[in-house]
Design a protein around this ligand. Sequence first.
Ligand code: ZN
Ligand code: ZN
Length: 389
Amino acid sequence: MEDQFERIRQISSSLAGSMTALRRELHRHPELACREQETRRRMLAWLDEQGVLKKCTVREPLIGTDLVLELPGTLAGTIGLRADMDALPIKESSDLPHASQQPGMMHACGHDGHMTMLAGCAAVLVRMDMPRPTVRFIFQPGEEEVCAGADLVEAGVCRGLDEVYALHGWPGIERGMIASKPGVIMAAANSFSVTCRGVSCHGAVPEKGKNPLFPAAELITRLGELHRWIAREHGGVVSPCSVTGGESTNGIPETAVVRGTVRYLAEETGELIKQEFFKIIRELQITSGMPFDTDYRQRYRIPVINDPDSVRKVLDVAGALAGADRVRVLERHSMVAEDFSFYLKQVPGCMFLLGMGEQHPGLHSDRFDFDDSLLETGAAVFAGLATRR
Ligand SMILES: [Zn+2]
Ligand SMILES: [Zn+2]
C-alpha cells in the first residue's frame, strides 16, 4: 500500500506543470453556471492529451454541460469523485497574467482548481496498473446560485455509486492542510424576497395612501427576533440582507422589498424556520392591511452531512500521502452552503477541505486565485481515495 502511495505522489508531482497550465487556462476563460460548454471542451481536450479518454467511457451529458467519465476497475464497487465547474459574476481585480479574459466573470471560488485536481487524479490513475474499484469522475455544472448538483443527482449521477467524495479549497485553513469533520460540515441555505404592496402618495398626506415601509420595517424586526431564537435553540441563521423602497424624502412608495438568507444545520430546522417565517408574513399582512408577494426559495435545502467512516478514510489517505501533521478534524462547521449535500443524501461520502492559508483572499473575493502549488496534493488525495479500499 505504501509503495502505491509513493507512486501516486510521484505521478502527481510529475503532472504539476501540466495541471498548472490547465488551471490557468480555465482561470483565463471562466463561464457562469450551466453555461460551461467551453470549460467542458477544455477538460475533454486535456484528458485526451493525458491518455485518460482512451481508458474511460464518457457519458452523454445528463443536464447539459456536465462531464461524467467512468474508468473501469478490476475490483467490485464504484467510487464517485466530484468537482464543480462554474465561475461567478464577479469582476477580477488582479492583474495576473492568467486573469479572467471574460469581463465581469471570474473563478473566485476555486472551481478551476477543483476541476484540475480531479482531472489530475484521472491522469494519475490511468498511469497506474493496480486493482481498484471503478471510478466515476463527475464534473458538475452550476454549483453557484442555481444548485445544479441537485438536478444532476436527480438525473441519476449517483446511481450505482458506493461512496462519493468532493473537495473544496479553503482560505483560512493552514496551507496544504486536509481537513474535514464527521456529521454536518456545511449548512443548508434558503433565500427569501418579500414585496410589501402599499399605495403610493405624497409624503405630506400619508392618509391618502398606504406606506409599505412600515410593514417592511416590522418584518425586519420580527425576523431579527426569529433569528435570535433559531440561533439559540437550533444553531441556524435568519438574516435580512437587503431592503429597498422609495426614492425621495417626500413621496411614499408603492412597494418595499425585504430580501435575505436563511441557514440551518438540520432539514427539520429548515422546515421550522419556514413555518415561523410564513406565520410572521400572515400576521403582518393582516395588521398592515397590505398584500405581500413572498418568494421563499429552498434550493440548497439540505446541509452537507459527512459519513464518519468516509471522513476517516479521507484523513487516513491524506495522512499517508502528505504526513500525519497535514490532516486535521475541524471543530466547527461552516455556514456556507454547497450542493454536494444532495450527493451525500444518497450515497455515503465526504466533503473535505484543502487549506489555502490564513492570508489567502477569501472565497468569492475579487482577488481569489487558486494556489497552483496545491494541485498535486489534491490530485494525489483523490487518487489515494480511489485506490484504498
Ligand atoms: Zn462559491
Ligand atoms: Zn465553491
